[in-house]
Design a protein around this ligand. Structure first.
Ligand code: SF4
Length: 736
């Protein structure tokens, strides 16, 4: 096998192959791929968030020394947030995984070579499958790797290795929007382009702290010349709410009531677009009857707003000629996120605010390639938004990929939380985690750590061996990072953009793509993936998988075209004019992705939040992004001294001054935040940004999710991070 692996490792794109002869422990940015000139500049999409800015990397003597935001790119137009400016720094971190690691008899991770790593990987997973069945091994992937890697992993795991269950960390951020769009539009299709932010006269931001979470989109909004009303709907007075023209501080988790009642006002006042509804939607009569149960007085009581405020917002929407609705995690991470997202979609449909410039029901994605994972990860959906349960879809994919159709599972994967339940029930015995750190980010950490401990075998594939999740692994596979490999991302506005290698991965780390190829070879199913020889070869296959689908990208010839065009939004069919218009939106013709072309108006009665406050736990805790300089579990952003200086080093909790006074808490005091599951200690940040009875802790600290309550939206299975009951106590002794 060793010879076969070596041959495979030496077969493809030079730079990563050369890594195998480097000493483990190189921490400098290695020389760049031979195909780039030593003093070249090259542009690539940023590897953090879904905005999808392009960064121009400057090389000197073959080493990436600096970067600047790309001026000509239609997304960021010469801008970047602090994470983007510092994007090269995490590549040099001292705790990069540089060699495979295996846990020894003393419980320590020790270096091994790739040959042994692959033998252990195959033997241990096969042993589990032979004893407990193919479905007893599952994988959890990420929205941080390129589409080509996601596709290879999804095909390898499900078609090659016989796994049935695999999911990704996009379940934590985007599953709700996916389900909402599919049910309402007939396909998971965010309809907008970022230009809509510049063309609206009313911009409604829901559960979105755009200034902090998507700062370049906030900059795009500042370029709007129509003096737009900027309406923020959020329980917190966030930085975005402070800068808005109106802030509606609704009570936590009253959003579904609020949007249903808002629609009722619009209907009662006759401020809806009846012609559009008749021509392009189905289900209005039932929706109107449902909304009528939410008179404005009831909504005022549920949300804590005044009747006049609610009517005023309805009037603002009615008067707007181009109204756009944007939402992020405040909606998605909810026990009823799908129906809340659909209530926002219903507002856009009922007022005819879709398919025109400056309009739309627009979900902003989280991770750099969450959108790629929605189409190409082959986890919950079969490739290209198809269904595993549909016989024709399976036959279609088998034909395009030239694989036996019986290799494609006929059942969909369990969702993330259900995979974890499967581990608890001992039905799933081994797990392969790729590029994500759930031992920090998953809801209710106490349970999660217990669950990891029950696995017979845990493989973690990551660029760092130091993550909380890697510390639990039996086997660590060292992966190349963004900037060390090639492929494509899809950003929030459906723009496919290119990622390029500008540095060599340290030591023996390999691109995820190469690791998946090694696994295929080692597993004995390499022949099935003979055509999957490089990321660009896989991109050509994704093109074919997209043919005739709403996400058709058959008109994108190759990576070079993506470079020349500044990325290309899907769809771009091969019979469409080329190059395509740079910024396009969907549904200009009013046709949605159902056979009758009509969008569905979907609704449901609101449900109470899953964990109520009481006398012992009287505060509602919300979590979210703390600053633009922090990314998720901080595995990368913590490596930059510059970024570290841009946010508080110590965990803090926002508390309202009235609550702080009552509890004798002064600014900066240390307090305990206690939920029914665990407690953490944090500095008190006494601020009017948070309403009385609520507190907020940034999600970037490992302690935060020890507190959160494991509730899930029943349709999207997305965790509800935004509301759990806690108590606050001032520490008797203040740590120095
Ligand atoms: Fe990167 Fe997002 Fe920052 Fe743009 S806004 S530079 S994509 S992290």
């Amino acid at each position: 096998m060793r010879k076969r692996l070596e041959a495979l490792l030496r077969q493809h794109d030079g730079p990563l192959t050369q890594d195998l002869v480097l000493e483990p422990g190189r921490f400098d940015l290695g020389r760049v791929p031979a195909r780039l000139a030593p003093d070249a500049t090259t542009s690539m999409v940023c590897g953090y968030c879904s905005t999808g800015c392009a960064l121009t990397v400057h090389l000197k003597n073959g080493v990436a020394v600096n970067l600047t935001p790309s001026r000509g790119y239609p997304v960021n137009r010469g801008m970047a947030c602090p994470k983007g400016w510092e994007a090269l720094v995490p590549l040099r971190a001292a705790d990069r995984a540089t060699t495979p690691l295996m846990r020894n008899a003393r419980g320590r991770l020790e270096p091994i070579d790739w040959d042994r790593a692959m033998r252990v990987f195959v033997q241990r997973l096969r042993r589990v499958q032979e004893r407990w069945g193919p479905g007893s091994v599952a994988f959890l992937s990420t929205g941080q790797i390129v589409s080509e890697e996601m596709a290879l992993l999804g095909a390898l795991a499900k078609f090659g290795m016989g796994m049935v269950h695999g999911d990704g960390n996009t379940r934590q951020c985007m599953a709700t929007a996916v389900t909402a769009y599919k049910e309402s539009f007939g396909f998971d299709a965010p309809p907008y382009s970022y230009r809509d932010l510049e063309e609206s006269d009313v911009v409604v931001l829901v559960g979105s702290n755009l200034c902090i979470a998507h700062p370049i989109l906030w900059e795009r909004l500042q370029r709007n010349r129509h003096r737009p009303e900027i309406v923020v709907i959020d329980p917190r007075k966030t930085e975005t709410a402070n800068a808005a023209t109106a802030h509606y501080a609704i009570k936590p988790k009253s959003d579904l009531v609020f949007f249903t009642g808002l629609l009722n006002v619009l209907i009662e006042k006759g401020w809806i677009d009846e012609a559009f509804l008749r021509a392009h939607t189905a289900g209005f009569a039932a929706l109107a009857a449902h909304a009528a149960q939410f008179p404005v007085e009831r909504v005022a009581e549920a949300t804590g707003l005044g009747v006049e405020q609610i009517v005023a917002l309805a009037r603002t929407i009615a008067r707007g000629r181009r109204v756009s609705f944007w939402w992020t995690m405040g909606v998605n991470q909810s026990h009823e996120g799908v129906r809340t997202a659909q209530a926002i979609i219903n507002l856009a449909l009922c007022t005819g605010n879709i398919g025109r410039p400056g309009t739309g029901a627009n979900s902003i994605t989280g991770q750099c390639n969450a959108m790629g994972s929605r189409l190409w990860s082959n986890t919950t959906n079969l490739f290209g938004g198809r269904s595993f349960t549909d016989e024709r879809d399976r036959a279609d994919v088998a034909r395009i990929l030239d694989i036996p159709v019986d290799k494609i599972p006929a059942q969909p994967s369990l969702a993330y939380d259900q995979i974890l339940e499967g581990i608890l029930a001992r039905k799933i015995r081994a797990l392969w985690i790729i590029g994500t750190n759930p031992a920090h980010s998953w809801i209710n950490q106490a349970d999660f750590h217990d669950i990891l401990g029950r696995l017979d075998f845990l493989v973690v594939q990551d660029m760092y061996s130091s993550t909380e999740t890697a510390q639990h692994a039996h086997l660590v596979l060292p992966a190349a990072a963004w900037g060390e490999k090639e492929g494509t991302f899809i950003n929030s506005e459906r723009r496919v953009g290119v990622v390029r290698p500008v540095a060599r991965a340290p030591g023996q780390a390999l691109s995820d793509f190469r690791i998946f190829q090694l696994v295929a070879e080692s597993w004995g199913c390499g022949a099935m993936f003979a055509r999957w020889r490089s990321p660009e070869a896989v991109f050509a296959m994704l093109r074919e998988l997209s043919r005739g689908r709403p996400c058709d990208i058959t008109g994108i010839a190759d990576y070079a075209m993506l470079d020349e065009c500044g990325g290309v939004q899907w769809p771009h069919r091969d019979d469409a004019p080329s190059p395509p218009e740079s910024e396009r939106r969907l549904f200009a013709d009013g046709r949605f992705f159902f056979a009758d072309g009509k969008a569905r108006l979907i609704f449901e009665a609101p449900r109470p939040p899953p964990e109520a406050t009481d006398a012992r736990y009287p505060f509602l805790l919300s979590s979210g992004r703390g600053s633009s300089s922090q990314w998720h579990t901080q595995t990368r952003t913590s490596k930059s001294p510059v970024l570290r200086r841009l946010h508080p080093q110590q965990i803090y909790v926002e508390i309202n001054p009235a609550d702080a006074r009552r509890l004798g808490i002064a600014p900066n005091d240390w307090v305990r935040v206690v939920s029914r599951r665990a407690a953490l200690q944090a500095r008190a940040f006494v601020t009017h940004a948070i309403a009385a009875g609520q507190v907020f802790v940034p999600m970037h600290y490992a302690e935060t999710n020890r507190l959160t309550f494991p509730a899930f939206d029943p349709y999207s299975r997305q965790p509800a991070y935004k509301a759990c009951a806690v108590a606050i106590e001032k520490l008797a002794t203040q740590p120095t």
